[in-house]
Design a binder for this molecule. Structure first.
Ligand SMILES: [Fe+2]
Length: 409
């Protein structure tokens, strides 16, 4: 009887560990390439960056690719560079390659591997630099408990309903614990089939910095290869890029989580001013995990003072934030007050399982919704003259929609 009890406890503890890691051995080295993710590190019209996790015994990292939807016997090949990431589930070998010299507005098929073990064949589309229209997806906090079932449902349904989306932005707190192989494995596994077809351009959230210290940075930097045009010391966490008719700026609001690095906000503000100064794109969007107007009845003066004067001076159209797990948007604002032509601050809700029951609107909010019943996502549809931002519940129900007209210049 006692042996049975101990055996039960042993099995239960093994099961708990398996669940915690999001699938036991799957959080360790895989049997075939997985965690395949697309990002942009350079021109979206002519390049794409592909990063993946390889089996421990992988001899090399290779991308095979060619125009079209399928691979023939003689695709082009690009060699990837390897990074060994020491995780709490063993060493992950991550490969990354940037394909260059691609044709704009063109479909490419690809697979990754080492010549013996390959990922499934996927396809992506390079950006059209002349495009006046563009659709992209935005996701708030996906942080969950493995296996991230709600995040899976949200991202898979969003892309199925909007297959014309050219990329996605995740506005931070992708995972609950940034220094955890199990959480990252669950996040990547849940998004397979989407993040290997359209690029992911993520913002850093506070949960990516947990447990506090410096160890989490290796996870972020190894798994997401992003534009290196940010301020010194904050590259790959702060960056900007251009696609079609829009300029996108991604900021880092994690001052309190990175206080050992000193002031990270002032260098960003100076960089932000320079970044936005020469933008000619009709639309400007910014992303920052902790927004200036939060949903606990107040504001965030640290973030507001650091970024809002610069964002508003350069007429950024919409600033997307996360962190609160609620959906809200302010009236157009300038200098912390309503303005005819101001910046809208939009909180993007939650794409994972975590909810807050005590959310409430700020007086400057024009719309507020607490998505207690199900997660949500945003679709942004741009033309040269209009930007329509629609918030959908996970099941496709429309929660909110508004359209901005292009400002006169
Ligand atoms: Fe957060």
């Amino acid at each position: 009887m006692r042996i049975v009890t101990y055996l039960s406890l042993f099995v239960a503890s093994l099961l708990a560990g398996w669940l915690l890691l999001g699938g036991g051995a799957a959080a360790g080295a895989p049997g075939a390439p997985d965690h395949v993710v697309l990002t942009w590190t350079a021109d979206p019209a002519t390049t794409i960056t592909i990063t993946w996790r390889a089996p421990a015994e992988a001899a090399a990292g290779v991308v095979c690719y060619q125009e079209g939807e399928t691979l023939t016997a003689t695709p082009q090949q690009a060699l990837a560079t390897a990074t060994d990431l020491a995780t709490d589930a063993g060493v992950w070998r991550l490969y990354s390659a940037t394909l260059t010299g691609l044709a704009p507005k063109t479909r490419y098929a690809y697979r990754v591997g080492d010549g013996r073990q390959w990922s499934p064949v996927r396809a992506f589309t390079t950006a059209d630099p002349e495009a006046e229209s563009l659709t992209f997806l935005v996701f708030g906090d996906s942080q969950s408990i493995a296996p991230y079932a709600q995040w899976r449902k949200t991202v898979q349904r969003a892309f199925a309903a909007h297959p014309d989306a050219r990329f996605m932005v995740n506005v931070g707190d992708l995972v609950d614990t940034g220094k955890s192989a199990g959480h990252w494995h669950a996040w990547f596994a849940a998004a397979e089939g989407v993040i290997d077809r359209i690029p992911v351009m993520p913002a850093l959230g506070n949960h990516e910095c947990y447990p506090l210290g410096t160890g989490w940075r290796a996870y972020w930097h190894a798994q997401f290869r992003l534009p290196q045009n940010g301020p010194d010391g904050q590259k790959n966490q702060v960056y900007s890029f251009d696609v079609g008719p829009a300029h996108f700026t991604v900021l880092d609001s994690q001052q309190s989580e990175q206080r050992q690095r000193g002031d990270i906000l002032t260098p960003q503000r100076q960089w932000l001013d320079a970044d936005l100064k020469n933008v000619n794109a009709p639309w400007k969007f910014a992303f920052v995990h902790k927004g200036p107007y939060h949903l606990h009845g107040g504001g965030n003066p640290q973030i507001r003072d650091a970024f809002c004067p610069t964002l508003e001076a350069h007429n950024v159209n919409v600033v997307f934030s996360a962190h609160d797990h609620g959906v809200a948007r302010t009236h157009p604002l300038k200098h912390h007050a309503r303005a005819a032509e101001g910046t809208i601050y939009m909180t993007t809700g939650r794409s994972g399982m975590k909810v807050y029951r005590d959310l409430r609107a700020h007086p400057l909010h024009a719309f507020f919704h607490n998505p207690l019943d199900q997660p949500n996502y945003l679709v942004v549809e741009l033309t040269a003259m209009t930007a329509t931002i629609t918030t959908y519940a996970q099941d496709g129900t429309r929660i909110d929609a508004f359209t901005l007209e292009q400002r006169k210049r």
